[in-house]
Design a protein around this ligand. Sequence first.
Ligand SMILES: Cc1cc2nc3c(=O)[nH]c(=O)nc-3n(C[C@H](O)[C@H](O)[C@H](O)COP(=O)(O)OP(=O)(O)OC[C@H]3O[C@@H](n4cnc5c(N)ncnc54)[C@H](O)[C@@H]3O)c2cc1C
Length: 220
Amino acid sequence: MVHNPLPETDLTRHRRLREQGSLDRGELDAILDAGFVCHLGVVVEGRPVVVPTVYGRDEESLYVHGSVASRSLAAGAPVCVTVTHVDGLVLARSVFEHGVNYRSAMIHGVPRKVTDPEEKTEGLRRLTEHATPGQWDYARRPSRRELAATTLLALSLEEASVKIRTGAPGDGDGPDAALGLWAGTLPLTTVWGAPEPDPLLPPELVPPAHIARREGTRHG
Ligand SMILES: Cc1cc2nc3c(=O)[nH]c(=O)nc-3n(C[C@H](O)[C@H](O)[C@H](O)COP(=O)(O)OP(=O)(O)OC[C@H]3O[C@@H](n4cnc5c(N)ncnc54)[C@H](O)[C@@H]3O)c2cc1C
């Protein structure tokens, strides 16, 4: 893992629960690579909207895509993107100390619309490969008409932050320890299931290796 610090800015400076915060580029990359759905927060016609959407990335940028008709994919205005992995519940003696073990990333910036056809195709390749490695070479690639119907935004990874919580509840050595209540963590994992064929598939078509081998592996 590369441990380059991300620049601390007014936006990325952690103010609350600072001990869980980090500006480590390697940790950012690890969180982005462990998921493929982000939440894109953007102001549309004066109102905030938060849109769940898939993403991909390269060293410099996070890519999100969608229909050219999507109002949340207007470039040129500030956005905030988060990626969250929930690793478990933190069950303390007191309700006040309850929490979540997690890894999360927040990226601030003004996205750029990718218009160069080569760059757009490469961004869409990264997005496809991020969720399903091997699928870009397997599936039919976008036609010119499909490319024209798709907006691709690139958001710089320059202004980003990370927050991670691990471990036990924080009230084990406080007065509530005397309550005699069970406390601890309840880990949460997400595991890929068996591929389910489209009922319209001819029976001789089996899932390709890059899909079949994910069964039983952990996501996140
Ligand atoms: C699954 C999950 C559940 C959570 N539940 C709660 C809850 O119930 N109550 C609660 O108070 N907090 C919760 N948090 C933490 C929450 O995300 C915020 O970090 C925290 O509330 C501080 O918010 P703030 O606006 O005061 O942050 P500030 O410290 O003012 O934020 C300043 C900057 O720090 C960075 N930052 C802040 N939070 C995060 C983050 N989560 N990930 C990456 N960068 C971040 C951003 O760049 C942000 O602009 C949860 C986090 C996760 C991932």
